[in-house]
Write a protein that binds this ligand. Sequence first.
Ligand code: NAD
Length: 292
Amino acid sequence: PLPHVAWIGLGIMGAPMAENLLKAGYTVTGHTLEADRLERLAAAGGRPAGSVREAVAGADVVVTMLPADSQVTAVALGDDGVLANAAPGTLLIDMSTVSPATATALAAAGARRGVRVLDAPVSGGEAGAVEGTLSVMAGGEPADVEEARPLLGALGTTVVRCGPHGAGQTVKAANQLIVAANLQACAEAVVFLEKSGVDLTVALDVLSGGLAGSAVLTRKRHNFLAREFAPGFRMELHHKDMGIVTEAARAVGAVLPLGALVATLVASARARGDGGLDHSALLRGVERLSGT
Ligand code: NAD
């Protein structure tokens, strides 16, 4: 039989991911803060739980998909959290994007309670979560990654063990650096092209076919063209991720000049009040700088 899954965090990513597990035949008990999202889980065939403790009871695998380090730490290590309630032998898979240091601390805390831990952050955005085509970057024991592979394979098409505990988060931090820099470059190109009077649709078509083409350009094209910035991936979360990559790079002596600049631009977007918008709203900052 498939393992019984407890899923904590049913937000933009967690809800469609948990639904993909249900479609694949897993039983899922879920907990999250918003009542309407618990109802959505129930409508999809899952079992809503009123607390982490209730969700974790009887689970073979616990998945967390929470905003940031503080929520993951509280949910995993809190008095009424996952480790306090999970049976020894449980596999905890944290799919949130947190720092590599938090991932290794979680794994160490889990080991003290006989709970195996994987970091398994994802890339592919809301669309990838809905379609089940995420890229999963796993860190932890090889045997645990293999045990989790069928479950992770129901969520994503690319599932790769990147190395020991924390390595998945390190790769995800690099991913966020590349995505932010790419978004900023695309946003600058959009403003440049529009001010030059070139038809943007035509320009983006041909750019997408060449070396400038990217998943960012393809997936965020609509946001740029329509100035539609409903998240998606909230600027606030990318601000968190730029902090993670900045800190992790500092720790190993990697110098990221472009990363520093883009982190500043993301921080500026957030400071202007765009933290709740999709990260493609970096375009608004470029427009402001260009007097558009
Ligand atoms: P979100 O804010 O939409 O969802 C987070 C969910 O966590 C919410 O439903 C909230 O109720 C729940 N939550 C928070 N604290 C909780 C607690 N104490 N107990 C139970 N539930 C709690 O965020 P999201 O966009 O789904 O992102 C989740 C994670 O995935 C983040 O780390 C993000 O960086 C990462 N991520 C997001 C995307 C994206 O495109 N949105 C893509 C890749 C990775």
